[in-house]
Ligand binder design. Structure first.
Ligand SMILES: [Zn+2]
Ligand SMILES: [Zn+2]
Length: 143
């Protein structure tokens, strides 16, 4: 992650710097791939009285501004959020405990990410999720 401060991130995206937005970015930096509910739980101490819909509103604004990336993964009913790293990384997801980690973009050509037929739809994103079993789940026999 670069050394850009959250304040600089907000300003360069043309957003007003507010304590709540900075607090949400801070929570995301500490807890990547978090749903809004988890961010909200982690924020309540630092920002007393912050409501869940407020957190939803902030992550939506930050996503629209390109500062935050929304990650949708199989079997995860809610969107997860992370600070946008602009590196087009992928995710590896443990199918047992749900742990999610970043993996760098796979090296080499990715022909499957360019559909030969798009059914007339405008492709916005192609995402790769490696589904896996983490070592802890393997050890605990949760497989
Ligand atoms: Zn696991
Ligand atoms: Zn990620």
């Amino acid at each position: 992650m670069s050394m850009v401060t959250h304040e600089e991130r907000l300003r360069s995206a043309g957003l007003r710097v507010t304590a709540q937005r900075v607090a949400v970015l801070d929570a995301l930096a500490r807890q990547p791939h978090a749903p809004a509910e988890a961010l909200h739980a982690g924020l309540r101490e630092r920002v007393p009285g912050i409501a869940l819909p407020t957190v939803h509103g902030i992550v939506n604004d930050l996503t629209a501004a390109g500062i935050v990336r929304r990650v949708s993964l199989p079997d995860v009913g809610r969107a997860l959020y992370e600070i946008e790293a602009d590196d087009n990384h992928h995710h590896v997801q443990c199918v047992s405990c749900g742990r999610v980690e970043d993996v760098p973009c796979a090296v080499g050509a990715a022909p499957c990410l360019h559909p030969s037929h798009d059914h007339g739809m405008r492709v916005i994103e192609a995402s790769v999720t490696y589904r896996a079993i983490c070592q802890q789940c393997e050890r605990n026999g949760n497989v």
